[in-house]
Design a protein around this ligand. Structure first.
Ligand SMILES: C[S@@+](CC[C@H](N)C(=O)[O-])C[C@H]1O[C@@H](n2cnc3c(N)ncnc32)[C@H](O)[C@@H]1O
Length: 286
């Protein structure tokens, strides 16, 4: 690979990514350069006249080629920030999303007055929700499940790295199976379940299609997992306990109806910061 300055490689990378239809090609090129140097994007730009070493050139172009194949940046780097926590991600897990950070902050608010909250999370993936809640609520005990063994191993690794491994129990369990344990145990059942209708999966951005189908596919109307989780919630929750789920932006009315049919009260469908209906909350009568 030929030598060149940071500025020259950025221009080359932007063109390469642009030709492959990568959205915000320049931002991706700058972000990956900054990550390679371990600095912010503006700091990387300040070095635009600096030459790259041969090793840096290979590393950078390797990342750019992956990005050109529409691999999400988080999979290229192997990590993603979530509420200030560095979460390791692999292709076995969904990349944590900013809207899920909002779900976690709402859950923290819901549990503020509970002295020793017990939390059940279904479909933990990287463990981002469970880990962030464990950090925000130091007296909480958390039980987190997933069907994917690889995701659970990753979640466990992330929890240990964030020093909350002793407060979260990760268990492999199918959300569609009947649960015998934990009846009436939880103050909160939280989930970001797969909620995309099967027929919409092939039309998703190439980056999203790189994520595990198990994490995305919500069945015919997208609500298979949502229905199963809502149906189990009254058994798992204490009286007065809360159910909190992330949902698709068009699913609010159906999910509100579902919660009501199961006896939940104080049902709220909340918008995310982009203005899309994204979260469904409900309380079990006390
Ligand atoms: C949308 S991802 C959410 C991951 C993570 N909680 C987050 O918010 O980034 C849904 C998760 O549910 C898990 N899942 C899908 N089907 C499941 C099932 N039948 N039983 C248990 N977990 C399941 C997937 O493996 C995936 O980790």
């Amino acid at each position: 690979m030929s030598a060149g300055t940071v500025g020259e490689w950025l221009a080359k990378a932007e063109k390469y990514l642009d030709e492959r239809g990568v959205p915000e090609a320049r931002a991706s090129a700058e972000f990956l350069m900054a990550e390679m140097f371990g600095v912010s994007r503006p700091a990387a730009l300040l070095q635009s006249a600096r030459g790259l070493t041969v090793k840096e050139t290979h590393q950078y172009w390797d990342w750019i080629k992956w990005r050109g194949k529409r691999l999400p940046v988080a999979y290229i780097l192997g990590h993603q920030p979530f509420l200030g926590i560095k979460i390791e991600v692999t292709r076995d897990s969904l990349v944590p999303r900013p809207e899920t950070e909002e779900l976690v902050l709402e859950c923290e608010r819901l549990l503020k007055k509970v002295a020793t909250p017990k939390i059940l999370e279904i479909g933990t993936g990287t463990g981002c929700i469970a880990i962030a809640l464990a950090q925000l609520l130091p007296s909480a005990t958390i039980f987190a499940t997933d069907l994917s063994k690889a995701a659970l191993d990753l979640a466990q690794k992330n929890a240990i790295a964030q020093h909350v491994g002793n407060r979260i129990r990760f268990v492999r369990e199918d959300l569609f199976s009947d649960k015998q344990g934990l009846r009436g145990w939880a103050d909160l059942l939280v989930s970001n379940p797969p909620y995309i209708p099967t027929k919409d999966l092939d039309g998703l951005d190439p980056e999203v299609q790189r994520e595990p189908r198990l994490a995305l596919d919500g069945g015919k109307d997208g609500l298979d997992a949502v229905r199963a989780i809502a149906a189990m919630a009254p058994k798992m929750l204490k009286p007065g306990g809360a159910l909190a789920m992330e949902i698709g932006s068009k699913q609010g009315p159906a999910v509100a109806k579902l919660y009501a049919s199961l006896g939940f009260k104080d049902i709220v469908i909340k918008k995310d910061l982009q203005g899309l209906e994204r979260f469904a909350f409900g309380l079990l009568p006390a």
